[in-house]
Ligand binder design. Structure first.
Ligand SMILES: Cc1cc2nc3c(=O)[nH]c(=O)nc-3n(C[C@H](O)[C@H](O)[C@H](O)COP(=O)(O)O)c2cc1C
Length: 214
């Protein structure tokens, strides 16, 4: 039996059960623990059309952001995401590890921030992937990001990204040059201003989002 497939879902509105009633700034927000009892409807979440995103880490008063090439959903229940981070061997700037990894080791919490595609966002991808926080660069300011405090973790979310995930490190898998970090998602934020226009992206699978109002 085939499943019906529509490549675009309706972005969250008041009628979207998953995000009903809860607002934080311009975002709809949901603690993942509140919805994990519900089935995922057989759809695997994705970050279409981008696997590129922003990792935000924080230790003490130091907050850093770096570009990540391939974020992925790695488990549906409990909801978990993963990404590769360079740890061993010389990187292009000669250092052994990403500064973000040092922050992640000190405080195993992070946010993943999923962008849409436009020129401004592409510049942000390059800025956050070209400078290191180790050199004292405030990449959040340099990339013109603004932040909002997270609910469950100390690293903030990036307001300008339409999808944000608060996570705690579940596993840190040493694969060689890179470690694969798996994070358990604690909360999901969706930008309600993304409901209109050409900035939509598809993130299938939270069933309350897919089973859109008819
Ligand atoms: C498009 C793009 C994707 C990247 N993806 C990754 C990645 O997945 N893992 C990684 O370790 N570095 C990746 N990088 C490199 C880091 O973002 C870059 O080295 C950054 O300056 C590290 O910042 P930090 O030292 O402040 O943590 C990427 C860079 C770009 C431009």
């Amino acid at each position: 039996m085939s499943k019906s497939f529509s490549p675009v879902y309706t972005y969250p509105t008041e009628k979207t059960g998953f995000f009903k009633g809860e607002r934080a700034g311009s975002k709809r927000v949901k603690d993942i623990k509140d919805v994990e009892h519900s089935a995922y409807g057989g759809w695997w979440p994705s970050f279409f059309p981008t696997s590129v995103g922003f990792l935000v880490t924080r230790n003490g008063d130091t907050t850093n952001v770096m570009t990540i090439a391939c974020m992925s959903v790695v488990n549906a229940y409990p909801f978990m995401v993963g990404f590769p981070i360079h740890v061993k061997g010389k990187s292009e700037r000669g250092e052994g590890t990403r500064y973000s990894y040092e922050l992640l080791r000190a405080n195993p919490q992070f946010t993943l921030n999923v962008p849409y595609i436009d020129t401004t966002m592409t510049k942000r991808v390059l800025i956050c992937g070209s400078y290191s926080g180790r050199d004292g660069v405030d990449k959040i300011a340099k990339a013109n990001f603004t932040t909002m405090p997270s609910r469950h973790v100390t690293p903030p979310i990036l307001n300008e990204c339409p999808l944000n995930l608060e996570c705690r490190v579940h596993s840190d898998i040493d694969l060689g040059s890179h470690h694969w970090i798996i994070g358990k998602v604690e909360a999901v934020y969706l930008d309600e201003e993304m409901a209109e226009g050409d900035k939509q992206f598809v993130w299938r699978s939270l069933p309350e989002l897919i089973r859109k109002e008819k």
